[in-house]
Write a protein that binds this ligand. Structure first.
Ligand code: ASP
Length: 343
């Protein structure tokens, strides 16, 4: 492999981006990634070498799970020293969950891991796949003084590069499928590819990459709505081995002050179950204590997710539970920014 050009590993996990429509039948079929350079000759114009690796059985990302996340980090682990950047092709449906999870699993990451996908298959006439793929590779191969320009897990879609753990899929049909409402874009692609350096993560590159593969899925998520039945909470708290519950509350972290609700949470917290408060608003932050309807939560020891997305809240919870740390450290770490996921 060349020493002067960036070496990029393209990892195909599945999703629409890797599909081609059979001309005669119109049926969507998985694309053979070994022929990628033939199918998208534009990639050869980029100043980098591209190697590809594909999941043996590419999946629709709705079937994503923790084993696949481990599979992805293992591919990066094995190839970390040989490549300057990684591009992961992934279905858009759960891309923000996977990309958030990888941001926690890859500790001290000093190279770019760029997720991308598309709304239309790569073989479609009006596809958004080509631009997404080409620019994602370009971002992954950018260097400053021989070092990768981007050193974090990010997501490129429709002319914008985002911090991955700040994103949410917001639209099922627009080409602009993702948004990052609580953090500015890392880059914008127009006539020039404009990197917003001040918003990039600046990790300590002297630290060695640590791969965290132990995630704990003994968690649950409830979205509050007016009139939510007590039995819903009772049944969730009856789940064997439940270790933590994320509650999507209203506005800046507000919830009902009904006695049964607060008492139940207090009892569970004293049993050692973590309760995390995140907002069901797409933008903005939980600020417990701002209103009477959230100050009780603060008093009983509910953890604030601040302005974290639901996707990152889940990934961070699985990751921190996997570390087996004390309750006090857990709360401190959850409320701190570990990978730029909260402000
Ligand atoms: N259902 C597809 C997936 O997430 C949609 C896409 O690829 O964007 O795998």
């Amino acid at each position: 492999m060349s020493k002067t050009k960036s070496n990029i590993l393209l990892i195909y996990t599945g999703g629409t981006i890797g599909m081609v429509k059979e001309f005669k039948t119109g049926v969507l079929k998985a694309f053979d990634f070994k022929t990628l350079l033939e199918k998208i000759p534009e990639l050869q114009l980029l100043d980098c070498n591209i190697d590809t690796i594909s999941f043996k059985n590419p999946i629709d990302s709705s079937n994503m799970n923790l084993q696949y996340w481990v599979q992805m980090v293992e591919i990066i682990e094995v190839n970390y020293n040989d490549f300057d950047g990684f591009v992961i092709l992934h279905g858009s449906d759960t891309m923000s969950y996977t990309a958030s999870a990888l941001s926690f699993m890859l500790e001290n990451l000093a190279k770019p891991v760029v997720f991308t996908g598309s709304q239309l298959p790569i073989g479609d006439l009006r596809t958004d796949a080509k631009e997404n793929l080409i620019t994602a590779v370009q971002v992954a191969s950018m260097q400053i003084k021989g070092k990768p320009a981007v050193k974090e897990v990010c997501l490129y879609f429709e002319y914008k590069l985002y911090r991955a753990n700040r994103t949410t899929k917001i639209n099922a049909e627009n080409f602009q499928a993702f948004a990052s409402l609580n953090y500015p874009d890392l880059a914008e692609s127009g006539v020039y590819l404009k990197i917003n350096n001040e918003h990039l993560l600046k990790p300590n590159t002297r630290k060695k990459l640590v791969i965290n593969k132990k995630l704990d899925d003994n968690i649950a998520l409830i979205k509050l709505f007016p009139g939510i039945n007590k039995a819903v909470f009772e049944s969730v708290f009856n789940i064997p081995n439940l270790k933590a519950l994320i509650i999507e509350t209203y506005g800046s972290g507000n919830c009902t002050t009904e006695k049964w609700f607060i008492d139940m949470l207090q009892e569970k917290i004293s049993d050692g179950i973590y309760i995390i408060n995140i907002t069901q608003c797409s933008g903005g932050s939980v600020v417990m204590g701002n209103y009477e309807t959230s100050s009780k939560l603060k008093k009983i020891g509910v953890i604030s997710g601040k302005d974290i997305t639901t996707e990152a809240a889940i990934a961070k919870l699985m990751y921190l539970l996997g570390l087996n740390i004390s309750g006090k450290v857990f709360k401190t770490m959850y409320e701190a920014s570990l990978r730029g996921e909260i402000t």
